[in-house]
Each structure stands twice: as C-alpha cells, then as structure tokens.
Design a protein around this ligand. Structure first.
Ligand code: FMN
Length: 413
C-alpha cells in the first residue's frame, strides 16, 4: 500500500497533525463540541473568543443570522450579529483544561479579547495556565466597536502593537494576531502586531456587510425587532477577498510571519488555494456551520490524494507556490495576447457568448442565426475571455496565444 502524504505542520513551533482548525465561533463554543471536532479529525481548535464579564456586557441578539442567496444557489454567504462568548469565563477555562487533558496531542488555541491592558494579560495568563498551546488575539470582531475592543482596535496600529506587547509580556506561548478585513491595507496593522511581538497573523475575520432586505417592511436582515446593522459576513463569498489578504501578508517581506488563513474554506481545493497563497494553518467556521465537522474528512483525503498523485511529501513543498506569481499589474507581460477559440463539435449554438461579447465586450463573436454557429473575429477579439466564462459548456471555448508583434488589434471605436 502506498504511504499517505504527511499533512502535519509546524506552526510557531507547535505541531499540528494536519493544518485544519476550527476558527473561533459557535463551532467551538464548549468542550463537548470541541471533543466531537477532534474526534472527527480536526488538527486544532480556536476556542470561541473569551472576554471578561467585568469589562463589557456581551450582547447576543436574536435572530442572529442571515444568509446571502444567489438566485437558486443558497447560502453563498452568511451574516452574523454575534459577539464573543457569553459563557462565564471560568466555565470556558474549565473546558480548555478538560480538552487539553483528554486530547493532549490535539492543538488548542485560546482566542481572547480584552478591553484594557489588565484584561488582555489576565486572559492570556488564564489561557496559558489552562494548557492552551497558542493564543489568538481577536482585534477584529465587527459586532464589537468599542474604542478599545473589536474591529476598531484592529484599525488602530498603536492599540494593536500595545495590546500585543502586553500579552507577550504576560505569557510564554506563541501569539497569533487576528486581523480585520474592514480596512484598505492590512499590512501596517500586521506590522504593528509584529512590533508588539506577535508570532503569527491570522486573517480574515468577517467583513461588515448587509446580506438581504425584507422588501415588505423595508428592514434589512437579520431583523432584530425592526432594526438591523451591517455585521460580519463569512463563507464562500468572502474567499476571494480572504485570498487577496493572505497573499499580501505572505508576500510582505518586512512582515515575514507564518499565516493562518480563514475565509470561505469548505473543501480540500479551498484549503489548497490558501496553502498555495502562503498559509501554513487553515481555519473554518461557516463550512462547519452548514455541513458539520465531517467536512474535514474530505479535506484530509482530497489533499492527501492531490499530494500523492504529484509525489509531494510534505506541505512545505507547496506553501506559497502561487503567491510568488502575484505581481503588480504594471509588471504584466502584455506583448502576448490571447484570442478565443470555439470548439465547433462542443458548441450547442445557444448564442450566450455572442450576446455577452456584443453587449459586454468587443463585438468579436459572429453568430449565424440560421445555422446557430459562432465564429471568432480574431481581428476584433481582445482576449478578455468573457465568452469562455459565460459559455454553459465548460470546455467548449478555449484560447490561443498570439504574439502582438505579428498581429495588430482592430481599433476600438
Ligand atoms: C456566527 C459566527 C461567530 C463568530 N464569532 C467569532 C468570535 O467569537 N471570534 C472570532 O475571532 N471570530 C469569530 N467569527 C469569525 C470566524 O472565526 C471567521 O474568521 C470568519 O467566519 C471567516 O471564516 P469562515 O468563512 O470559514 O466562516 C465568527 C463567525 C461566525 C460565522
């Protein structure tokens, strides 16, 4: 029998049997849930964010969730109006202790959020004493916008640097700083966390968004007794944005810290995408909320098969491989252009490519309404590939490369 590919990782000096972790959310609310997640195969858990009751009262509205549907495709995104845990701190600490005692080889990351320095250091010490392997500093909850807590803190470089420093002084375990995506450029905040002593960066927390509106009573959802608010958006819809942030973090030379990627991971291919963009560790919430802990089985099997088929022994061989290909658009090689090629044997004559090219691109498709055959006018085609993307037959339209030294494009009027 062929040996299985090794999925284990070293993240900040901590060994994970695989990179798959629960991200901080209801999926890791208490010990019984976390135990089931470990049993299902998850390598680690980021426990639901802890806070101190004395500093802020946690507000848990109801209903708390709304989903983003795209026509008949349901649940392409999830909006939540939830804050950090509302369980008493001592119950959570007891759970962390129990989990570390019963699952010593699995990784437990304690997510914490303070209000003042003392909170951050107390939460860090309590977590470490309970056996947590790492800490994640929640600088990014979009539902908490206190001056010194929640996503506003994550936009304040000085607060991030200073709270990270406080935590680093209070404990010896590695510290991950969790970033908010509700910012134009994440790098300065990540650098501030590094300055404060952070050992790693995790991204992204949820994106402030509005998913839906009840058109009968004019209330955005979730409708909380007649009111709503732009709150945290997650799931498959946020993955492209999360991938952008992760690649920027990885490609930042001054940052040079390990990355834990979060945002829309549901399958092994999603996981692979983030690894290729530079993440070492991966976290999931919405995918589990929708499908359950068992999705990790597919992630493990899929990633292992992918690696074995390519004779890849360890994840180190693939981490960051795609991130290195990301450049500024000004650096693109534009000498070579592409033109579309239609495979007549596969074309079903629907005319979708023609419509889209006519109204949304460069009028390079010719369509015979009698024979329902399409023809690419290469002089007009600018190689945008809109035709390929709208074609209902996946492999009907491809493209060929053209050296522009030999071919001149038609003027666009
Ligand atoms: C219902 C819900 C509650 C969440 N609560 C927390 C939290 O307490 N602390 C935190 O750091 N992130 C929290 N998050 C954010 C997730 O950890 C994660 O960063 C985000 O959902 C993106 O990942 P996903 O697309 O896999 O869900 C929460 C997300 C959801 C959906």
């Amino acid at each position: 029998m062929k040996k299985e590919a090794d999925l284990s990782i070293d993240f900040c000096g901590v060994r994970f049997e695989n990179p798959f972790c629960l991200s901080s959310s209801p999926v890791g609310n208490h010990a019984e849930m976390c135990a089931r997640a470990y049993d299902a195969g998850w390598g680690g858990i980021v426990f639901k964010t802890l806070g101190l009751e004395k500093s802020f009262k946690v507000i848990m509205p109801s209903p708390r969730l709304s989903i983003f549907n795209n026509f008949d495709k349901r649940f392409v995104g999830l909006q939540n109006a939830e804050q950090i845990t509302d369980r008493p701190i001592l119950d959570n600490i007891k759970d962390i202790k129990w989990l570390k005692k019963n699952y010593p080889k699995k990784v437990l990351i304690s997510s914490i959020m303070g209000y003042v320095d003392e909170d951050w250091s107390d939460l860090a010490k309590m977590s470490q004493d309970a056996g947590a392997d790492l800490l994640e500093l929640n600088f990014s909850c979009p539902q908490m916008a206190h001056k010194t807590a929640g996503h506003r803190t994550g936009q304040d470089f000085h607060a991030v640097a200073s709270f990270t420093e406080v935590v680093k002084k209070a404990c010896t375990i590695p510290v991950i700083a969790k970033m908010t995506p509700n910012i134009t450029d994440m790098i300065p905040v990540a650098l501030a966390a590094k300055e404060g002593g952070a050992d790693a960066i995790s991204a992204i927390n949820t994106i402030r968004a509005i998913t839906d509106i009840d058109i009968n009573n004019f209330t955005p959802l979730p409708n909380i007794r007649g009111h709503s608010s732009p709150t945290g958006f997650s799931g498959p819809s946020v993955k492209p944005i999360a991938m952008r942030f992760v690649s920027e973090l990885y490609n930042s030379k001054p940052l040079n810290l390990p990355i834990s990627a979060i945002g829309g991971i549901e399958t092994w291919i999603d996981a692979l995408h983030f690894l290729l963009l530079g993440a070492t560790n991966l976290q999931v919430s919405t995918g589990i909320m929708r499908y359950g802990y068992r999705i990790v089985e597919d992630m493990i099997e899929g990633l292992q098969d992918y690696m074995m088929e390519r004779n890849i022994q360890s994840l180190d061989e693939i981490i960051g491989k795609a991130a290195r290909k990301i450049v500024d658009p000004s650096e693109f090689n534009t000498r070579f252009q592409v033109v579309s090629v239609v495979d007549e044997t596969k074309c079903i004559g629907c005319g979708q490519c023609y419509i889209s090219c006519m109204d949304g691109a460069n009028q390079a498709m010719e369509f015979n309404k009698e024979t329902r055959k399409v023809f690419v006018n290469e002089e007009r085609c600018v190689g945008c590939l809109l035709c390929k993307h709208v074609c209902p037959v996946w492999d009907c339209i491809s493209y060929k490369e053209v050296d522009t030294n030999e071919m001149k494009h038609a003027a666009i009027f």
